[in-house]
Design a protein around this ligand. Structure first.
Ligand SMILES: Nc1ncnc2c1ncn2[C@@H]1O[C@H](COP(=O)(O)OP(=O)(O)OP(=O)(O)O)[C@@H](O)[C@H]1O
Length: 238
């Protein structure tokens, strides 16, 4: 995303949520109170981690247990729907041309190409969740993490009086072997796709280790244990 679009996205997001916007001399968007909705909880909880590590599993459980506190923004993607995925619910499924038009219109908070397809988070989709007084959960790749951080600007800090506007969760696999087993066990990927995702996982894990931006790092080992760690962390920083 260009700096101009990040700024436009940040402004739109903050307008929608009643916060303020500052732009530094380098032209980087900096917002405070991003997605904070005044009376409601607001905030953005970002999950990142290699494909197959278990992000969706954790997110589904968090949403089921705390439906009033968390909400999902519906992302846009150019990838074809998997069986059972409904348009406008799992994703907004769009063509490449439609996606490019949305980029040009400054619609996205972040967008990226991952494994041959494009994914994007519309500013309006995040703002809608914040407007409902909920923390918006985002599931993004590492490029998305950088874009969301750039748009959100300085965080309010987990330890301060105010709740954090933005919290970043890195979900790591116990090992690459376990990750491979989960990708194969899910039954959604062909062999080439599994190999691509594992190659990407190595790069993403390196990026995560060398960019210590995370509020919490979870190792997705035993499902109940990692979920309990997530809930404890979320209670700490949101
Ligand atoms: N802690 C866990 N222990 C064992 N299996 C798990 C665990 N978490 C998730 N799984 C299984 O691993 C597979 C991948 O999980 P999931 O789809 O949640 O990953 P993901 O990180 O959301 O992947 P993607 O980024 O590709 O959407 C699923 O079949 C899921 O049931």
């Amino acid at each position: 995303m260009t700096g101009r679009l990040v700024k436009a996205a940040a402004r739109a997001l903050v307008r929608a949520s009643g916060g303020d916007v500052r732009a530094d001399e380098a032209g980087t968007a900096a917002t405070s109170g991003v997605a904070s909705s005044g009376g409601g909880a607001g905030g953005v909880l970002v999950f990142a981690g290699p494909s197959g590590v278990g992000k969706s599993t954790l997110i589904r459980r968090l949403l089921a247990d705390y439906p009033d506190r968390f909400g999902l923004s519906v992302s846009h993607t150019t990838r074809p729907p998997r069986a059972g995925e409904e348009d406008g619910v799992a994703y907004n499924f769009v063509t490449d041309a439609e996606f490019v038009a949305l980029i040009d219109g400054g619609a996205f908070l972040e967008h990226a190409r991952v494994h041959d397809h494009r994914y994007g988070t519309a500013v309006a989709a995040v703002a809608a969740v914040a407007a409902a007084g909920k923390v918006c959960i985002l599931d993004v790749d590492v490029q998305g993490v950088a874009a969301v951080r750039a748009a959100a600007g300085p965080r309010l800090g987990a330890g301060g009086d105010e709740a954090a506007a933005l919290a970043l969760v890195w979900v790591a696999p116990p090992s690459l072997e376990v990750l491979e087993g989960r990708l194969r066990g899910r039954g959604t990927e062909d062999e080439a796709s599994v190999r691509r995702r594992l190659d990407a996982a190595v790069r993403e894990m390196r990026w995560a280790a060398t960019n210590p931006v995370w509020d919490v790092t979870l190792v997705s080992d035993d499902a109940d244990t990692v979920y309990a760690e997530l809930v404890a962390a979320v209670k700490r920083f949101l």
